[in-house]
Design a protein around this ligand. Sequence first.
Ligand SMILES: Cc1cc2nc3c(=O)[nH]c(=O)nc-3n(C[C@H](O)[C@H](O)[C@H](O)COP(=O)(O)OP(=O)(O)OC[C@H]3O[C@@H](n4cnc5c(N)ncnc54)[C@H](O)[C@@H]3O)c2cc1C
Length: 406
Amino acid sequence: MKTEIVDVLVIGAGPSGAVAASILHQKGLKVKVVEQQKFPRFVIGESLIPRVMDHFDEAGFIEGVLEKNFEKKLGARFLRGEEVCNFDFSQKFSEGWDWTWQLPRAEFDKTLTDILESRGVDIEFQTKVQTVEFNGTDSLTTVENSDEKKQIHAKFIIDSSGYGRVLPKLLDLDTPSSLEPMAAIFVHLKDERRPEGVEGTQITFDVLSQKNWFWVIPFSDGISSLGLVSPKEYLESIDAGDNVQTFQNIINESEYYKSRFSGLEFLFEPKKIVSYSAAVKKLYGPGFSLTGNSAEFLDPVFSSGVCFATESGALSAKLAARQILGEKVDWQKEYEEYIMYGVNVFRSYVKTWYTGELQKLFFHPEVNEDIRRKICAVLAGYVWDKNNPFVAKHDRAVQAIAHILP
Ligand SMILES: Cc1cc2nc3c(=O)[nH]c(=O)nc-3n(C[C@H](O)[C@H](O)[C@H](O)COP(=O)(O)OP(=O)(O)OC[C@H]3O[C@@H](n4cnc5c(N)ncnc54)[C@H](O)[C@@H]3O)c2cc1C
């Protein structure tokens, strides 16, 4: 069998793999990306948060993405019946980007891989990783496409395979998530009755009940993404037998949105993902690291998925480069503990969202601007800024305030 030799093999060309590959290429390492699908391909995860812009900037992607005119996202709106809570990223507590994008991922992910290919990064699409054998930190990966089966010898593997979870499966690293099993159903439609102005472009989370919420993500091309997130049992209980009817019924549950979306034709049959949270026992091992959804995924509610994907992709690339160039890297401290700190901050917010405590803060008239600015910084993804007490005391700040509010 033919064997290719590279410094780093990146599995998966989503945002995590793309950011990792770009940084490795910039550092002069021989990197190869193997992606099982042909791009553009559909994937959910369309609302970004400002922290990702730091990673896209580092990877040299901003200029190329700006050319595509994706919808800019300046904040987020939460609705609950008549109550409204707006977050404006420019008002957040922490330093950092105050805008990002909301976009169709198929086109966005293709934009990133086009940029990489134009710079000479080797990406092999429609090529699937089958097996990986480690010999110390070096590895031999067998990949297959319609033409051939071959091996790739690498000094390091960055596994950015998303829900493919290549190394977690091969190395038995999967572990159950600490979060309640949730489910989602989502679709795209032509937003024909979209109102003019901010209302028509604003991303919104409409709280239908404590654990059920509905997202509306308008894209710049007139298409919008809609989705419902709920406990898995609830989604089962409203299943009308076909996904189109189920989703039409869901739209009618939203008092705010039913007149805008009811009866519009869907661009594809609504898709479902059940029990989407994922976790692993370890984020790294000799000769590999896990990034993005291949490592940990919490919940869509604060749009943190792509941010962790790019944060972990960028950091993995920098640490792998140092290791290959002969430096000693403390993966436990410099990678796992750092990444898990941010994951755990978001985990606290996800948990208090579904207990209703965070919702109480969002919609309560007595919550002052200072608290909102600090929570806004968390929602923007600045979850490593320990100067923010809503980061440093993430496991108790929300509960403590919710408890004293009338
Ligand atoms: C319902 C729902 C809504 C979400 N909404 C948001 C949101 O609004 N904002 C947000 O930031 N995140 C959101 N997410 C999370 C988001 O989808 C992911 O966190 C993000 O896509 C992870 O990026 P990634 O690069 O790790 O993986 P992906 O983007 O999934 O890329 C992984 C790639 O690896 C490839 N691959 C898999 N197996 C193999 C193999 N064996 N060989 C070769 N290639 C392989 C796949 O084909 C894929 O292209 C949502 C998730 C869910 C479930």
